[in-house]
Design a protein around this ligand. Structure first.
Ligand SMILES: [Zn+2]
Length: 345
């Protein structure tokens, strides 16, 4: 009796699984990871909502919470609203700077910039184009890669072909947390609500827990995954470098609060003092003294491949951004990337 029940259940489960997998296999064969996996990863902007993305000519950014799109011209170093219509009131969907109020991320993909909200918009200088099917929800944990989008729905992650709207994969029991999700080598990497780091193999549909506890702020730079892990004994925030090929972990630096990487230089703020340092990325901790640039400045840090300087903001002035000149190591407080608050309603 027990055995019969077991076999009956197993048969049902197998039918369901087979039904899913045959549909998935057909669609998944369209995904080529070759081009995606050769992308050089020179920026490490794990912050969510991901408020900046550059297409090489401009850095686009969102004036959260209004959702207006601004751009910072890399040649003139001027920030303007991304609309050049002199009579536009920037308050309707026809405006190229106007997007959904709940835009949850801005991403670079194949040298184009996309706004990820419930809908996807491709944006460029004074241009905006709506693409996709528009049902991706308001979570800020979406990942876009090679014509596909991954988005959370209920307690799962759905991978969908943007153009066709076909669901090609679904990962059950994955609830993402913020600050750290990305595509890397055929897989989606997420921090879950339990602060695990998980790898979701897109073609195999398999979930692997890479790190079980206390992970925040994950990203990828060149061939390594980086994340902060809170030591459960001491409470220290360690910056970890993870090699997927060797399945090995190295502590890069102790007591890191925020970090970013630019040109093989690690920039970071300390915990709990919020001092700002930089040092060569690949040296061991303590091998060469890190240089302290600022004391007690709680800085968020963004970097871009075509732009030598960094963008920073101060936590007490959340929506004003400044340039950190990486040659002089100074912050230009006199010329903030100004967000024109008078436009917001
Ligand atoms: Zn406008």
């Amino acid at each position: 009796m027990q055995y019969k029940k077991f076999f009956a259940l197993t048969a049902i489960v197998m039918i369901v699984l087979n039904g899913c997998s045959s549909q998935k296999t057909e669609n998944l064969s369209e995904i080529s990871f070759d081009g995606l996996d050769s992308i050089e990863r020179e920026e490490i902007n794990y912050m969510l909502p991901t408020r900046f993305a550059s297409d090489g000519k401009d850095i686009f950014f969102i004036d959260s919470p209004t959702g207006m799109v601004y751009r910072f011209d890399l040649s003139t170093k001027e920030a303007t609203i991304n609309c050049n219509n002199p009579v536009c009131s920037h308050d309707s969907d026809s405006c190229t700077a106007y997007a959904e109020r709940d835009i949850s991320g801005i991403r670079r993909e194949n040298d184009e910039v996309y706004l990820l909200g419930n809908q996807i918009y491709k944006i460029s200088r004074n241009q905006k184009e709506e693409i996709g099917k528009g049902h991706y929800g308001t979570s800020n944990s979406k990942i876009m890669f090679g014509g596909y989008i991954a988005y959370p729905e209920e307690e799962s992650i759905i991978v969908e072909n943007i153009e066709s709207g076909n669901i090609v994969q679904r990962f059950e029991d994955v609830v993402p947390y913020t600050q750290g999700n990305f595509y890397y080598k055929g897989a989606l990497w997420y921090i879950t609500e339990d602060l695990e780091l998980v790898r979701l193999d897109i073609k195999a549909g398999e979930k692997r827990v890479v790190e079980e506890i206390g992970v925040t702020r994950a990203s990828v730079y060149e061939d390594f995954i980086y994340y902060i892990q809170v030591d459960q004994q001491t409470g220290d925030n360690q910056l970890i470098r993870y090699s997927e090929g060797e399945d090995s972990k190295t502590v890069v630096e102790d007591n890191v609060f925020y970090y970013n990487i630019k040109g093989d230089t690690l920039y970071y703020t300390t915990w709990p003092d919020r001092d700002f340092y930089y040092r060569p990325l690949y040296e061991s901790s303590g091998e060469n003294e890190a240089v302290q640039l600022f004391k007690g400045l709680d800085l968020l840090i963004w970097s871009f491949p075509e732009y030598d300087d960094l963008l920073v903001n101060l936590s007490e002035d959340y929506y004003t951004y400044y340039i950190l000149d990486t040659e002089t190591n100074t912050i230009d407080y006199d010329h903030p990337l100004k967000v024109e608050q008078e436009l917001t309603q």
